[in-house]
Each structure stands twice: as C-alpha cells, then as structure tokens.
Design a protein around this ligand. Structure first.
Ligand code: MRU
Length: 317
C-alpha cells in the first residue's frame, strides 16, 4: 500500500492536497472542524469514502477542541458537499458514541475503509474479465482510505496476475482521471492509457474495452447510481456495445432512504471549471454554463453492483 492521502495523529489531520497533483505532493495540516469542512468543499480531498473519513476526523477535532458543539460541527460537515452519502453515514455512526470515543472511532472507521476496499477488490476480481477496463474519475487510493473501489478492483485483478489495461477518461471538467487516476496507475505500474471523455465511444466500437467499472457517490434503493458526470454516458455506450458495466462501492454509499436516482441531490459547481483552464479563460465572458458534478445511471444500465459483501445483480438485488 504505497499511496495514502489521509493521515491522522491525535489533534492533527493531514491531507494530501489533490488539487496540486500530479505536479506536487503537498500535505495540508488541519486542526479544526471548520478547516476540515472547507478542505472537503474546496476539493483538497475528494472521492466519497475519503470525504467521509475526513468528516470523521473533522468531528474528532471538534470534540477534542470543544469550541463548537457536536450538532454545529455535524451541520458544518454535512453542508460541505451534498452528493456523497458516505458523509452522512459516518456522522451518523459517530453520533452513536460518547465524546471520549469519537476520535478512536474515527480512526477505526478509517482503517475499516481500507479493509472494505480490499474486499470490494476481491469481489470485483472474480467478476471482471481481464483485458481493457474503462473507468472515469478517480476511485483509487486517493479517493478512499486506501486501495480504492473501482480502481481497487483493477488493483486486485493486477495482484491476482491478470493482464489488465486501464483506459482512464480524463474526466472533464475537473480532470480527476488525467491528474489523479493516471498518476496512481503510473506510480503503481498499472498499464494505463489516458483518453478524452469524448473518445470512449470510438474505443468501444474498436472492441478494445472488455468492461467498464466506476465508483459511486450514492446508490439509491432501486440501484440507480450517482457518480461523476459522464458516467451515465459511458453506461449508455456500454449497453450499445454489449460491454458489461459495473459499479463498485462500499455499503456506506448505499442510501436506502432514497427510493431512486431522482431523489439524489446533485452538486452543481462553479462555472469557472468550464470557462477556464488552470486560470486561463477559454470561453467568452458572460456565457451561460451548466456544471453538474455528478449524473445518475439508471439501474437498468448496470450489469452488477460490486460491494464488500459480494456481487449484486439485477436478479439478486
Ligand atoms: O467530485 P469527486 O472527485 O469527489 O467525485 C468522485 C467520484 O465521482 C467517485 O467516482 C466516487 O466518489 C467514488 S470514489 C471511490
């Protein structure tokens, strides 16, 4: 396990600043809940499980310092990003323990996430065919407590000796694929080719993709899955080309209170993400912009849901 993005020792949370990768490996030190919440909002840390782990430590810091009460800290953290339900999940878990147990429980849940991801990887490695695997965004060690969900499945396939080639969508507009997945794969020697999102159809038409595996920020009770914008497009393409389409996620991403994808809150982000590139303007001033960070893939486009408890299929879910 070489890549980690979250470190904690009592009173100090350290986050690998994912906005600066791959150019720079810079760690940000955090000692209070306000800073933990803004680090989530500002994408210092991103990816549903990593957001949750950070929120857990944010709560631990709040309890330790005692300057904001637990209810206030919860509200602050819950408002940091709306789509990843893992955030609510961890705060509800921590709500069940007394003050003295919040910090140790946050540490335990961080460790548990790594174990969960390895189990997701084992499930996925039994299901995914070797060969070309298309993925979007970053769902690896950076997005989790380690190993990863969808990219964790790839890691597990590689560890089991399978010949796998990752095709990483660049993931416009925030470029998590180009900046983070490409970096993780290179660091770990996982064969990987970067493509622009618009190339996925042509690649499938050439028969070079054997499966698609993506992560999720929230899976509704009927199996609809919210994930990085562009995921739905890949699912439609996969259906057209007869390519199996899998969603890999921990149970903390499952929101049974949400009946279907229409009820999942979708974050809209700043127009600047589309109109500028690294601070350089690429679109005319004043242009209208629509910038949802996530889309919803309906359950009927999903071949299987890969979890730490095994594979769910349309027949078993
Ligand atoms: O906006 P991001 O980078 O937080 O979006 C992340 C994703 O869409 C991931 O696919 C999802 O959170 C799963 S991460 C294991």
């Amino acid at each position: 396990m070489s890549i980690e993005a979250i470190r904690y020792r009592p009173g100090l949370l350290e986050l690998l600043d994912q906005r600066r990768l791959p150019a720079e490996e810079h760690w940000v030190g955090i000692t209070d809940v306000h800073h933990a919440a803004s680090a989530i909002t500002d994408m210092v840390v991103r990816g549903a499980p990593a957001i949750a782990i950070t929120a857990g430590y944010g709560m631990a810091l709040a309890v330790r310092r005692g300057r904001v009460d637990r209810r206030q800290a919860q509200e602050l953290l819950l408002a940091a990003r709306p789509t990843a339900v893992n955030l609510r999940w961890i705060l509800e878990r921590l709500d069940q323990v007394p003050d003295a147990r919040v910090e140790p429980e946050a540490i335990r849940l961080h460790r548990e996430d790594l174990d969960t991801n390895r189990r997701i990887g084992m499930t996925g490695a039994r299901v995914l065919p070797p060969g070309g695997v298309l993925t979007i965004c970053n769902t690896g060690a950076l997005a989790t407590g380690g190993w990863g969900t969808a990219l964790g499945v790839v890691r597990s396939l590689v560890c089991a000796g399978n010949a796998v080639h990752v095709w990483a969508c660049e993931t416009r507009p925030y470029l998590q694929g180009a900046r983070l997945t490409a970096w993780e794969c290179q660091r770990e020697g996982i064969p990987c080719t970067l493509i622009a999102d618009s190339m996925a159809g042509a690649l499938m038409a050439e028969g070079r993709i054997n499966s698609v595996v993506v992560g999720a920020d929230r899976v509704a009770a009927n199996g609809d899955a919210a994930n990085k914008i562009g995921t739905y497009t890949l699912a439609v393409l996969a259906k057209h080309h007869g390519v199996p389409f899998y969603v890999a996620f921990p149970r903390s991403t499952l929101d049974l209170r949400c009946p279907n994808g229409q009820h999942i809150p979708i974050e809209e982000r700043s127009p600047d993400e589309l109109t500028t590139l690294r601070g350089v303007r690429i679109a005319p001033e004043g242009i209208h912009v629509w910038n949802p960070a996530f889309d919803v893939t309906p359950a009927d486009l999903i071949t299987g849901w890969i979890t730490e408890d095994g594979l769910w299929t349309p027949e078993t879910r």
